[in-house]
Design a protein around this ligand. Structure first.
Ligand code: ATP
Length: 279
């Protein structure tokens, strides 16, 4: 592997991410049940499932935003269970949810410069800027625009450009293409491919099943907070169909209708009040 990928170390042989028997809850509401899967070093895994299936909860647990109630999370072989988010980030796990990490009052170029200076040093800034604009041409055309006035898709692309400057061991991309026009989605997926080519493993949380399965090598299908499928990406659609068939539903426009909400906590009357995904 060439380029500015993570320096080789013994942990490189370990999977980028191991989620083992993880359960999680929001107060009394249990959102994940015994979730187990792994993302190999440098691999691309899709995490799919319907609204409320628990995808974002997995992303939150992995990145330390939510503590698991049971189970273990390892990043590059290191046990990060219960660690603070900043420490997990230091171990090489980046999280790109919508619009995160963009300074609204700085221009696109200033946003990039601040980070490049910090990560690479002043001398490297012009080269790094040129590379960012080459990788993400849309940012070049918006370089003087303030971060806060960028569209949602453009902000997400700016977040990806920031990741690419120092590719982490693992990037958790949480619904990064949600609500975007196809052309913007192409730019996002192009960015994800570049980040992966620089050595970063990807866990892509996505509702656009067809799109993510084109780039993923493995897939995890969640249903009601449990793993319904964990295997090669090309087997995931069959698994989705099987889940739908078992519930008498059909997939609509690439978005599986696997279910609406996680299971209620013991004692809760039903999933609707606690879940409230509203779709
Ligand atoms: P979507 O695709 O709609 O974003 P998801 O698969 O990412 O869904 P999660 O956001 O992980 O689903 O939510 C899993 C379950 O946990 C849902 O039933 C949701 O309503 C519930 N939930 C999520 N966040 C909270 C919270 N802060 N407090 C209480 N319940 C929550």
């Amino acid at each position: 592997m060439t380029g500015p990928g993570p320096a080789p170390d013994p942990a490189e042989a370990a999977p980028a991410l191991q989620v083992e028997h993880v359960s999680a809850a929001y107060g009394p509401y249990r959102a994940l049940f015994d979730v187990t899967f792994a993302v190999p070093a440098g691999g691309i895994a899709a995490l799919i499932g319907s609204n409320g299936a628990g995808k974002s909860t997995v992303a939150r647990v992995v990145t330390g935003l939510l503590a698991s109630t049971e189970g273990t999370v390892r990043v590059g072989g290191t046990d990060v269970t219960g660690m603070a988010t900043y420490r997990i980030a230091r171990l090489g796990c980046a999280h790109v949810p919508e619009g995160r990490g963009v300074f609204a009052d700085l221009t696109v170029e200033e946003n990039l410069k601040v980070l490049f200076r910090q990560k690479l040093g002043r001398k490297q800034v012009p080269d790094a800027l040129a590379r960012a604009y080459e990788s993400f041409p849309i940012l070049g055309s918006r370089r003087k625009q303030h971060g806060g006035t960028l569209s949602g898709g453009e902000q997400r692309i700016l977040s990806l450009a920031k990741v690419l400057v120092a590719p982490p061991r693992l990037l958790v991309a949480d619904e990064i293409s949600l609500g975007l026009a196809p052309v913007m989605m192409d730019a996002i997926y192009d960015g994800l491919r570049r980040i992966n080519a620089a050595g970063t493993a990807l866990l892509i949380v996505e509702q656009q099943v067809d799109r993510v399965l084109e780039i993923a090598s493995t897939a995890v299908v969640l249903e009601h907070g449990s793993v319904a499928y964990d295997g090669p990406a090309d087997g995931a659609l069959g698994a989705v169909e099987a889940v739908l068939a078992s519930r008498g539903e059909r997939a609509v426009a690439g978005v599986p209708g696997l279910g609406r909400a996680g299971s209620p906590a013991p004692g809760a009357p039903d999933g609707s009040a606690a879940g409230g995904s509203g779709s």
